[in-house]
Design a protein around this ligand. Sequence first.
Ligand code: HEM
Length: 490
Amino acid sequence: MSINRTSRKSRRRNLPPGPMKLPIIGNLHQLGHLPHRSLHRLSATHGPLMHLQLGQIPTLIVSSPELASQILKTHDQVFCNRPSTPAFLKFTYGGLDIAGAKYGDHWRQMRKLCMVEIFSARRVHSFKRVREEEVHVLIQSIRRCCSRSEAVNLSEMLLCMSNNITGRQAFRKRFSNVGECNRSELHDLMRETIEVAGELSVGDFFPCLQYWVNVITGFQGKLERSFKRVDELWEREIGEHCLLSDLSDDPSHDQEEDFLDVLLKLSEDHANLGFSLTRDHIKAILADVFFAGTETTAATLEWALSELMRNPRVMKKAKDEVYRVVGEKKGKVVEESEIQQMHYLKCVINETLRLHPLGPLPIPRESMEECRIHIYDIPRKTRVFVNAWAIGRDPTSWENPEIFFPERFEGSVINYRGHHLQFIPFGAGRRMCPGMQLGIANIEIALANLLYHFNWELPNKTSKMDINMTESFGISVRKKLPLVLMATTT
Ligand code: HEM
């Protein structure tokens, strides 16, 4: 398959348009080692529309707001499929979820159901207490490090917090020890699974040899083992929920419904639902909630703090705002109602998402039919990566794009809701992130509290420029090296 351009010569000679290839500028070997900066460098040389031949898969990388608008708005209906990779198919029970589902009736039904029942503003609000309690546990855990003059591994703690919040939202269970924000069975399992799911396996790009390539490289074995453990976890939680709902004197009946309560209830209501929500559908949705929701949230917080450490002026301004809004409130958690007045904090989060979006690689789109983008004909089944990372650093949209400058969002109409294609950390169009509000609520409350309760320093008198900002690939783009800081209480 080639990506064709209408030839100028043929137009001059009044001939029917003949094909001209959009040159292939990269291959699988390069992509395997391409961090975002190399992709950025390639697009600086080859323009914002790049064609890579990844094994058997024609692949486009789109790195300008104009082209992103063509993919995610003008031709959203053509590009709203997701390619099936073995890892996605496995963890989503053959694409029964939202993120891995092929575009069509099933995806529409699942997305609508989850938007109403799981991702709605009402549901996000109902977990306010869960977020505030888990942030309180995080603060207490950091305080204990302070009292022992120990460095805080924030990368690890933030991921544990995010897992605990999601565990409580999904099935009312936190997995760390009581009162701790430490590693748990869930934490290790999610880490391992996210690594497997985010891995670029060679077999993904050779569909006809996929299974055998994955067996030979050992990827298939890794995938099966990981899946078995995750499936056991979902089964255990579903079993416990079914048992609890049979016990009329269950004390947790007073509490907010969790996602699993909601999904189990819906699964018994085929008539109203109009389709059958099986156990596998439920497990697939749980997989989405954990895999799409935990690391993304923790990674954004990690980048925000790293940028604040490198930019003391911004750190001071953000802390001043939090104090001004909250006032003197010893030992308490900053509450969500107070965050609505923290406009600069929101700019800091925007600026973090601009420079450190989820990344172009983990959740690609796929064209469902042939389509013309710019002057090129893009064949059916082309994989498309919209490079939010490069778009967020595009000098034609952003002044001094490499500088962390939250003020650029003050008084600006640009937001992350998918309307402004120069800033798309949550994507845009039909397949835009449905968990945006949930993710932002977690990030805001955690960041406000980390700024309110602590002063942060680098360990061993290292300089702010020593903070390593190298990225690593996975489901989200995380810091390659953990963020380790010293905290003192304010
Ligand atoms: C900072 C946090 C987050 C970021 C940056 C983020 C980003 C993204 C992006 C870029 C996409 C692809 C959109 C596209 O193709 O246009 C996506 C899809 C998705 N996200 Fe998020 N996300 C976050 C949090 C969450 C949370 C908390 C959840 C759920 C609990 C979630 C669930 C999903 C799902 C299910 C999809 C697939 C949607 C579909 O294919 O229809 N995300 N996210």
